[in-house]
Write a protein that binds this ligand. Structure first.
Ligand code: COA
Ligand code: AMP
Length: 632
């Protein structure tokens, strides 16, 4: 039996004992009364325990004599800046910033919204919140004011922490006007703003609300004020991270403190094969779950060195950036989305840049966030000569559901599969009736409840939506909303979402949310948005709009407005570049839009005329419309 199998069986035979043992690697202020219990009908871990996430991520290592070890390396090809922070320096930054937050009246349980680029202050801010028990909610910088406003209304933050700007290749994105607009749109008004002024662009502060972050920090430092780690309940929320749901209203995924500490710490040696003191790089963004878990919390909890990279895989300055960072900082493992590798492969198909750098310390490449296409995996394997590990997880779980665990004896790779279920996850593939299907048969991928520590216990302020979104369709299971199958060896294959979520360049987006925005255009009567295959980004959204009767404007003009609307209301991250005006949308006789058939036509896949279609001719019209855009 492999080490993985033994470990999985050890978990299966006694989950509570398994997680109790894993919890020994965490510093607790008070031990738990129950390792697992149902509280108010929700599955909770380490009930009754007290802990502090920042202590475990920062202070603990300093107390253990590792204050001189590198905690965070900031490398920004977009600005040319590099900075290195030891654990002792990180402790100083975070404790001082936490004291500043306290001075602004932030106390345990308050929400603090972060709208930040990939700069060290983003990490300090997350940890400072954790230090005083405030709940951070990081919003990705590519989201527009309306999206930000929705999150402000839901999380009701007392404070927004931001920087004056983000930097994208070729443009500086002024953040302050976006935040001001969001606050104007939101019903909830945060009491304070704390703004980090970047040299690339200064922001104008709003009197009575905004404070200069650097000035506040300097004053706190001069006063010698530092905040201690505040004991919080293991079941208290550490953060809320919003992710796309099936409507324009995102889901506030809640992460607790205790379970998250235990689970993430366990993953570092067992899944990622990383030892304390080694350098781990997740090339994602702090606005996504990968950024929360594997840029910030897991590497720091493990006493490893984390890389914070402000750049792109290509163009900053070239397709060799990743290899430069790996060589320069001695990165042992890189974690990114397949789309980043597709971008590199396109620019440097022969891997010429790879040969320019000494990658002898580099051991493993991890891919997640979207399906890892075998071509890209093989390309990376051949050029890098290291194992390429696809693994599958979701914002909701916070850590991998399925992986090929490096620390538990790597299993053979099967291309197209993120390998096997990790301890903690009892993964089953079900049919519509909730019965398990035979191995090899396609079905809904579900996880027997309770979910393991670290996964979402609920949605922010909305237990009812948590239950209806995840638990009600298949009683006794958490519904992942991914469809796929498990083979005879227990390898999982994740093929598609069962809802209208798409994955664009590793970013999770709701086509339903985009439809809501298009429907708001004054000339649009109805619309549909589908995700179609894209060589670089995996999937991109494409819109179809039907105009209201009597609208006689230029199609081009309306299309441009639709594109602009999505950019302004959801954000550039939606990558919404194609929309076409059609006379009618294909529907079933009961009025359901046939999005799946439209997608197949656009992707040039084989498709069958749906038996329930109302008017088959409409599909010819859709095909013609797609052709005018070079699709289908
Ligand atoms: N702030 C403001 N705008 C942003 C942004 C941010 N933080 N991040 C992205 N955008 C903008 C981009 O500039 C782009 O704008 P454009 O339409 O004017 O060109 C748009 O949003 C789309 O971004 P993206 O889909 O990311 O495309 P890209 O061309 O900028 O980069 C990749 C493509 C593949 C290089 C990039 O997506 C990538 O590295 N992805 C993999 C890593 C990752 O973050 N994965 C997430 C989960 S692991
Ligand atoms: P997110 O919540 O943004 O992490 O997106 C989660 C979704 O991304 C999953 O539900 C899957 O649809 C998809 N996904 C993530 N990782 C993988 C993977 N390794 N293979 C296939 N799909 C993946």
């Amino acid at each position: 039996m492999s080490t993985y199998e033994k470990t999985y069986q050890r978990w299966q035979s006694d989950p509570k004992a398994f997680w109790t043992e894993a919890a020994r690697d965490i510093d607790w202020i008070k031990p738990w009364d129950h390792v697992y219990a149902k509280v108010d009908g929700l599955d909770r871990w380490f009930v009754g325990a007290l802990c502090n996430t920042c202590w475990n991520a920062v202070d603990r290592h300093v107390a253990a004599g590792h204050g001189g070890r590198a905690a965070l390396i900031y490398d920004s090809p977009l600005t040319g800046r590099k900075q290195r922070f030891t654990y002792a320096e990180l402790q100083d930054e975070v404790a001082t910033l936490a004291a500043l937050l306290q001075d602004l009246g932030i106390v345990t349980g308050d929400r603090v919204l972060l709208y930040m680029p990939m700069i060290p202050e983003a990490v300090f801010a997350m940890l400072a919140c954790a230090r005083i028990g405030a709940v951070h909610s990081v919003v990705f910088g590519g989201f527009a004011p309306a999206e930000l406003a929705t999150r402000i209304n839901d999380a009701k933050p007392k404070l927004i922490m931001s920087a004056s700007c983000g930097i994208e290749p070729g443009r500086v994105v002024a953040y302050k006007p976006l935040i001001d607009k969001a606050i104007e749109l939101a019903q909830h008004k945060p009491a304070h703003g704390l703004v980090w002024q970047r040299p690339e662009l200064a922001a104008e502060l709003t009197p009575g609300r905004d404070h200069d972050w650097a000035q506040g920090l300097a004053a706190t430092r001069t006063a010698g004020r530092k905040a201690e780690c505040v004991p919080v309940k293991a079941t208290d929320p550490l953060y809320v991270l919003y992710t796309s749901g099936t409507t324009g209203q995102p889901k506030g995924v809640v992460r607790d403190n205790g379970g998250h500490l235990v689970a993430l710490k366990w993953t570092m040696p067992n899944i990622y094969g990383i030892a304390p003191g080694e350098t781990f790089w997740a090339a994602s963004d702090v606005g996504w779950v990968v950024g929360h878990s594997y840029i910030v919390y897991a590497p720091l909890l493990h006493g490893a060195t984390a890389i914070l990279f402000e750049g792109k895989p290509v163009g900053t300055p070239d397709a060799g950036t990743f290899w430069r960072v790996i060589a320069e900082h001695g990165v042992k493992a890189l974690f990114t989305a397949p789309t980043a590798f597709r971008a590199i492969k396109k620019e440097d198909p022969d891997g010429n840049f790879i040969r320019k750098y000494d990658l002898s310390q580099f051991r493993t490449l991890f891919l997640a966030g979207e399906r890892a296409d075998p071509d890209t995996v093989k390309w990376a394997e051949e050029r890098l000569n290291v194992p390429v590990i696809d693994h599958w997880w979701q914002t909701e779980t916070g850590w991998p559901i399925a992986a090929n665990p490096i620390g538990l004896g790597r299993l053979p790779v099967k291309y197209g599969s993120p390998t096997v279920a990790m301890p903690g996850y009892d993964v089953r593939v079900l049919d519509e009736g909730g019965h398990e299907v035979k191995r090899g048969t396609l079905g809904a991928i579900c996880i027997k409840t309770p979910l393991p520590p670290g996964c979402l216990p609920t949605l922010w302020g909305n237990d009812a939506r948590f239950r209806s979104s995840y638990l009600e369709h298949f009683p006794g299971y958490y519904e992942t909303a991914d469809a796929g199958f498990m083979d005879e060896d227990g390898y999982l294959y994740i093929l598609a979402r069962t809802d209208d979520i798409i994955n664009t360049a590793g970013h999770r987006l709701s086509t339903g949310g985009m439809e809501e925005v298009l429907a708001g255009h004054p000339n649009v009567a109805e619309c549909a948005v589908i995700g179609i295959a894209d060589q670089l980004k995996g999937q991109v959204p494409v819109g179809f709009v039907v105009l209201k009767a009597g609208v006689a404007r230029e199609a081009k003009e309306i299309e441009a407005e639709c594109i602009q609307r999505i950019r302004e209301e959801i954000g550039p991250v939606a990558s919404f570049k194609t929309v076409m005006i059609v006379q009618r949308l294909p529907k079933t006789r009961s009025g359901k839009i046939l999005r799946a058939t439209m997608r197949k036509i656009a992707d040039r896949e084989e498709w069958k005329m749906p038996a329930t279609i109302d008017d088959p001719v409409i599909l010819d019209e859709i095909t013609k419309a797609l052709k005018t855009k070079g699709l289908g």
